[in-house]
Design a protein around this ligand. Sequence first.
Ligand code: URA
Length: 225
Amino acid sequence: MNRRDALTAHMEFFQELGAEGFSREPAWRFRGERPASPTEPTTPRTLEQVRGELGDCTRCKLHQGRTTLVFGVGRPDADLMFVGEAPGRDEDQQGEPFVGPAGQLLTKIIEAIGLTRDQVYIANVIKCRPPQNRNPELDEVQTCAPFLFQQLDVIRPRVVVALGAFAVRTLLRSEQSISRLRGQVFDYRGAKLVPTFHPAFLLRSPDRKRDVWQDMKKVRALLSS
Ligand code: URA
């Protein structure tokens, strides 16, 4: 097999695993294992540096319709981090993730395991509100997700809760449905990743709250282990 065939076979293998493409952004390089050195030059050491790098971002088309870039909120050294999809209307107005109706439910979920919003970190894959809350598009994810990875690498949470199919698929690079992925715990960037349903979905399907409670009990056990 020559080099080109080997590369093609390698890429086909990743396609079968669910990868949708490759990015040259340095922040995509470290999945699973963290960089060996904490001084790895592509890993900013503070959230302020990541926020500074984002700046008044115009890297993708979503900047045109946003009111505020929604970076993230909470403890910079949190053991537990929640990752959602993208800001909605309330978040876009207030500049903070999960402050609308789904956010109020998330706050209750956090409190149900004996924590407060201040004790965890909350962020989204996408930092700017998509128009009419449409699903984020591939180019938007590819542009924005590396900043989430940098946030993860600075915070180094012990447990990451991925809220909903979009966050789970982006983090795990998987095409599987949330129903298949939830109930499992994954190793992710040195943390344990727990997929669960998005609070907005729970507002429409309250009968699934029981599943989320099971997931959150798992989170509580992981945090105290
Ligand atoms: N839904 C999300 O995924 N994130 C938010 O910040 C708000 C709603």
